[in-house]
Design a protein around this ligand. Structure first.
Ligand code: SF4
Length: 547
């Protein structure tokens, strides 16, 4: 058993906060915003729950199984309240929005429930549930100790359908299913997806989409008279402008440009827990990117639920992408996740012509048959999707494509599933995130004819089959890349001793021998071997042949 670790001493007037984030990149980005709010509010950020006076679990919209696990994790964290009863335990994010005040009932030790639009008021909400902490900030200063995206392994993701991630659940830039909390290794939850069984009718919080857009907040008195709080208001204009996110540092950064989603894919909970699309002003996005570049960031990923539907005043997404790509000091730009319907010739032209925009595109497919796409309300046909693929491949030679697919959507016949298989074989994606449909209460798909739901064993078999097929395609593509020399942005130590991990412009993950001081460097690396999902390589020294 590991020796107990000593809890750091608390200084008078200083309260410490810990944020543990689960889910998609949008949620990770929200975790950075929360940390910024806490730091600005005088809380000191720490890397361990045991050191914290405020413990926040930042959740994605979760399917039932994963939701239970998150609740289990919150219950586990409650042990800190047993030793230190004044610890504030909070749940934030999409699960918080979806469950609302019911969370306060189901988990009586939870003090705070905050939906995704309530983070601006986080510090004041904490003071509201702990009025005695009004001195917070008088002696302390927030520091950046946690947060920031910790890239996970690349490869075929598998599991139930992506939840809050919606499109782009399959984080092509490195997986997003593990909780993020500084550099700690924490338990990995399943990829998020949601169903809503077991909700409390008594509390009147059963999820109803028509209510999700309504203003709601609740204050519940705790047994000892302390306030417990659920803040779930949707802020139609809340884009967290003016708040400084606390990032982990390093050469890469996520920049949210959009919140919410105006699409209504029938399986997806995002529009109901994150509200309609809101786009930040281009001026402010560009100012943030310039600041990041000044701080040493050279790669940015623009983030939005359907990022390429971005529009603000005269700015559309191609214009924004081009402007970001031209910021001094920015050497690489990525974006996730685009909706296929918003992939335009203008956008492809920017990818093709702006040297900083990486030759990589995540293009969520979801299904390879028109009937399934229609039931999903994806708003494109297979032919239109293939047209977008051809457009991109024609303009950007060698572009790496990744995708998301949901199998066993209600009503998916064997022929429809086979069409998806055929499409994967035809397009040959460099990477794919494959899920099995998982119903989420409140979404239209749950109201489809139950007799059309695909049997569990069939769904499991389809997913396993598709994973095999995609793995084989991916391994074949990867083997074809061996011997190439690629520019790798070095990010962090690999698991193997003495290796560093980085990404190529085409988002391939490469490990190669290098000291930790090389983090942030751009290094030419020859690809020597592959697992199919990742590569091992060696640095090509100046003067050596790169052929
Ligand atoms: S585009 Fe569809 S899948 Fe993506 S976030 Fe919006 S509703 Fe969900």
């Amino acid at each position: 058993m590991a020796p107990p670790t000593r809890r750091a001493e608390t200084r008078p007037g200083v309260r410490r906060a810990y944020v543990e984030t689960y889910g998609c990149q949008m949620n990770i980005s929200d975790g950075e915003i929360m940390q910024g709010v806490l730091a600005a509010g005088g809380f000191e950020l720490v890397d361990r729950a045991e050191d914290a006076d405020v413990i926040l679990v930042n959740t994605c919209a979760i399917r039932e199984h994963a939701e239970r696990r998150v609740l289990g994790r919150v219950g586990q964290l409650n042990r800190h309240k047993k030793d230190r009863p004044d610890v504030v335990l909070g749940v934030t994010g999409c699960m918080a929005q979806r469950m609302g005040a019911e969370l306060l009932e189901r988990a009586p030790y939870v003090d705070l429930v905050l939906g995704p639009d309530a983070y601006r008021g986080l510090a004041s909400a904490i003071r509201r549930v702990r009025p005695a902490w009004k001195d917070v900030g008088s002696a302390g200063s927030g520091r950046t100790g946690t947060g920031g995206p910790a890239p996970g392994p690349a490869g075929v993701a598998e599991g139930d359908q992506a939840g809050d991630a919606g499109d782009g659940g399959g984080d092509p830039a490195g997986g997003a299913s593990a909780p993020r909390a500084g550099r700690m290794a924490l338990p990995v939850l399943d990829r998020p997806a949601t169903s809503g069984a077991g909700w409390s009718e008594r509390m009147g919080t059963r999820f109803r989409p028509e209510l999700a857009a309504a203003t709601e907040s609740a204050v519940v008195a705790g047994g000892d008279g302390a306030e417990r709080l659920a803040l779930l208001d949707f802020g139609p204009h809340e884009d967290y402008e003016g708040l400084e996110a606390r990032r982990q540092g390093g050469a890469t950064a996520w920049v949210p440009v959009q919140r919410g989603c105006n699409y209504r894919c029938t399986y997806c909970i995002v529009p109901y827990v994150r509200g309609p699309e809101k786009n930040r002003s281009a001026d402010r996005i560009l100012a943030e990117v310039r600041r990041l570049a000044g701080d040493g960031v050279s790669e940015v990923t623009l983030l939005g639920q359907t990022v390429n539907s971005y529009r603000n005043g005269d700015w559309d997404f191609p214009r924004l992408l081009r402007a970001v790509a031209r910021v001094d000091g920015i050497r690489r730009v990525r974006f996730t996740s685009p909706h296929p319907s918003d992939v335009t010739e203008d956008l492809v032209d920017v990818i093709a012509t702006e040297p900083a925009v990486c030759e990589q595109l995540h293009l969520p497919l979801q299904a390879g048959h028109d009937r399934t796409l229609k039931r999903m309300l994806r708003r494109y046909t297979v032919e239109e999707y293939l047209g977008k693929v051809a457009l991109v491949r024609g303009a950007v030679p060698g572009v790496a494509l990744s995708t998301d697919v949901i199998v066993a959507f209600p009503g998916e016949s064997e022929a429809e599933y086979r069409a998806t298989v055929d499409l994967l074989r035809e397009v040959r994606f460099d990477d794919a995130f494959l899920y099995r449909y998982s119903p989420r209460e409140g979404t239209p798909a749950t109201r489809m004819d139950p007799t059309t739901f695909v049997a569990d064993e069939v769904a499991a078999a389809r997913l396993a089959d598709l994973i095999d097929i995609q793995r084989s395609i991916q391994a074949d593509i990867a083997r074809g890349e061996l011997g190439r020399v690629e520019e790798v942005l070095v990010e962090r130590p690999a698991r193997s001793d003495g290796d560093m991990l980085g990404r190529t412009r085409r988002a391939k993950v490469v490990a190669f021998p290098a000291p930790p001081e090389r983090a942030g460097d751009y290094v030419p690396v020859r690809l020597l071997s592959t697992t199919g999902a990742t590569f091992r390589g060696e640095e090509v020294r100046a003067g050596a042949s790169q052929s």
